[in-house]
Design a protein around this ligand. Structure first.
Ligand SMILES: [Zn+2]
Length: 250
């Protein structure tokens, strides 16, 4: 069982179930409710009543659903439990979320299928990512980061300088940086940024994902050549930098 949902989010979820009970059966006293996420495969949820208490088990995949979807799901499950008519709007909201998640899952699958082919090797013509990783891990993380798959990308991408893929535990660095004209501290900085994504996993708040949290940004500045690296990227990546900073080194 994985329960990395913040406590505040759980109390919010509980409120949705209470609201659903009060709305669908106002005469009934609202029972005590226990809501958890379970690593069910696919999208599958259960709700049951035992000894006057309600147990809700939601598929983990819905952990990242926005709050309006969580609320819609609460109404659907409670209506089913009470054998009441499920509010059509709730069904509509929930279904469109499921559909978009399926689309997303397919898109990620496709991306990974392509990504697998482009994974090459950590040893480039100029820089060795294994060496760089080991050095950074020792200097900045007390060797606490478990070694991911390290690879240069097959193609030289300029907008995307680095990428951390948490599903496959891989860090892929743009081949464009494996160049004698690129200072070593730049490659290190991009690898360091991706390592911080392992160190500070994505957090979820109000149904939104946060990759570059304030703690992440604070730690990023600990890189010895932080200012120089930012400058270099700015000068050399020019206009690309804005989108690069936002989307890229994700
Ligand atoms: Zn990033």
């Amino acid at each position: 069982m994985i329960n990395n949902f913040a406590a505040a989010d759980f109390s919010m979820l509980k409120k949705f179930y209470e609201e659903a009970f009060q709305t669908l059966d106002a005469k009934r006293a609202t029972p005590d409710i226990d809501v958890r996420f379970y690593p069910y495969v696919g999208i599958n949820h259960t709700i049951r009543l035992r000894d006057g208490k309600i147990y809700v088990r939601l598929a983990e995949i819905c952990q990242t659903a926005p709050l309006n979807v969580q609320r819609a799901l609460a109404f659907i499950l409670v209506a089913k439990l009470l054998r009441k008519k499920v509010p059509p709007l709730a069904v509509q909201i929930y279904q469109s979320f499921v559909k978009s998640r399926e689309m997303q899952a397919k898109a990620i699958e496709n991306k990974l299928a392509k990504g697998r082919k482009i994974i090459t090797s950590p040893k480039g013509e100029i820089y060795d990512l294994d060496e760089i990783f080991a050095r950074l891990n020792k200097t900045y993380f007390q060797n606490a980061i478990e070694k991911p798959i390290l690879s240069w990308s097959a193609r030289k991408t300029y907008r995307i300088l680095g990428h951390h893929d948490s599903t496959h535990q891989a860090i892929v660095i743009s081949k464009s940086l494996d160049d004698a004209k690129v200072p070593q501290y730049i490659v290190e900085f991009v690898v360091f940024h991706e390592m911080l994504h392992i160190f500070h996993p994505t957090t979820l708040r109000d149904g939104r994902h946060y990759n570059h949290t304030p703690q992440f940004r604070r730690d990023e500045k600990k890189f010895v050549y932080f200012a120089e690296a930012e400058n270099w990227i700015e000068r050399n990546a020019g206009k690309l930098k804005r989108s690069a900073k936002r989307k890229v080194k994700k």
